[in-house]
Design a protein around this ligand. Structure first.
Ligand code: CP
Ligand code: NVA
Length: 302
């Protein structure tokens, strides 16, 4: 059987994505029982981090350990990757010794080149282009609180970044309407938008995008690698903050999501994150459950 990778949401069919999320919900409910049976016994996950992480690292490492497997943290500084060993050679070697690999890096081509030379499944733990694991957790969270997202309206407020791109892919795979509001010059990839124009609309009007939305999502204005643009972006994104005022336009029971880490008071107000009915903490925790289900799916398909 050909090795399955998870470099973007498009690597799975809509049906497979729904099944992975259903399994994640089941695994969450049966955590202790599953840990007893140690289904990942003797399985090793290599995690390559070329960027910082809290949630992705902790969720993959804890998930592997809880199911009886082992996770190995690899950084460019601590490996020959940082000294210029080609990604293709690294992929051949690493994938000859472990069962599954997760990579967080800059260029999306790096995960593609690794996967093309890997004998085992490769998971994208975030690139500059997409962040598909986060979408599994977000879609799980929506399903847990509101049921099927098909036919719903989602508003993306902020940067047309990797998370925004994954929401565009999610609109396609989970069949919802996505309204993106971003400042001029910060739009998502035009080719990706064009390929999904039946479900995706772009504007510079956050209020209009949020009006009647069932789910409102945002993310930092300056992503990892864009730190030097922080000040310019603060100016450009004024008016794109998710606040109670903005949320008063959304559907009455609208959910708010943020992948975290957040810049409180910038792209989102603290009172939204800390609200009694906030789902943002469940969204973060669901990274653990969704990725356990994803790893099970990929290891079984292998
Ligand atoms: N949301 C997310 O991926 O968080 P980390 O950068 O902490 O992994
Ligand atoms: N867009 C953010 C997401 C962090 C999880 C970044 O790439 O830094």
């Amino acid at each position: 059987m050909a090795v399955r990778h998870f470099l973007s949401l498009l690597d799975c069919s809509p049906r497979e994505l729904r099944d992975i999320i259903g399994r994640a919900i089941e695994m969450k409910a049966r955590q202790l029982e599953l840990a007893e049976s140690a289904p990942f016994n003797n399985r090793v996950l290599a995690m390559i981090f070329e960027k910082a992480s809290t949630r992705t690292r902790v969720s993959f490492e804890a998930g592997m350990a809880q199911l009886g497997g082992h996770a190995m943290y690899l950084s460019p500084q601590g490996t020959q990757l940082g000294r210029g060993e080609p990604i293709e050679d690294s992929a051949r070697v690493i994938s000859s010794m472990v069962d599954i690999v997760m990579i967080r890096t800059f260029g999306h081509d790096i995960v593609e080149r690794f996967a093309a030379n890997s004998k085992v499944p490769v998971i994208n733990g975030l690139t500059d282009y997409v962040h598909p694991c986060q979408l599994l957790a977000d879609m799980q969270t929506y399903r847990e609180y509101r049921g099927d997202i098909q036919g719903c309206t989602v508003a993306w407020v902020g940067d047309g970044n990797n998370m925004c791109h994954s929401y565009i892919n999610a609109a396609r795979q989970f069949d919802f309407e996505l309204r993106i509001a971003c400042p001029p010059g910060y739009e998502p990839d035009s080719g990706l938008v064009a390929a999904n124009q039946s479900r995706v609309a772009i504007s510079n009007d956050a209020r209009a995008a949020v009006t009647g939305a069932n789910l409102v999502v945002t993310d930092v204005w300056a992503s990892m690698g864009q730190e030097q643009e922080q000040h310019a972006r603060e100016q450009a994104f004024a008016g794109f903050k998710v606040s109670s005022d903005l949320m008063s336009n959304a559907a009455r029971d609208a959910l708010v999501m943020h992948c975290l880490p957040a810049h409180r008071g910038e792209e989102i107000d603290s009172e939204i994150i800390d609200a009694e009915d906030s789902v943002i903490w469940d969204e973060a925790e669901n990274r653990l459950h969704a990725q356990k289900a994803l790893m099970e799916f990929l290891l079984e398909a292998h």
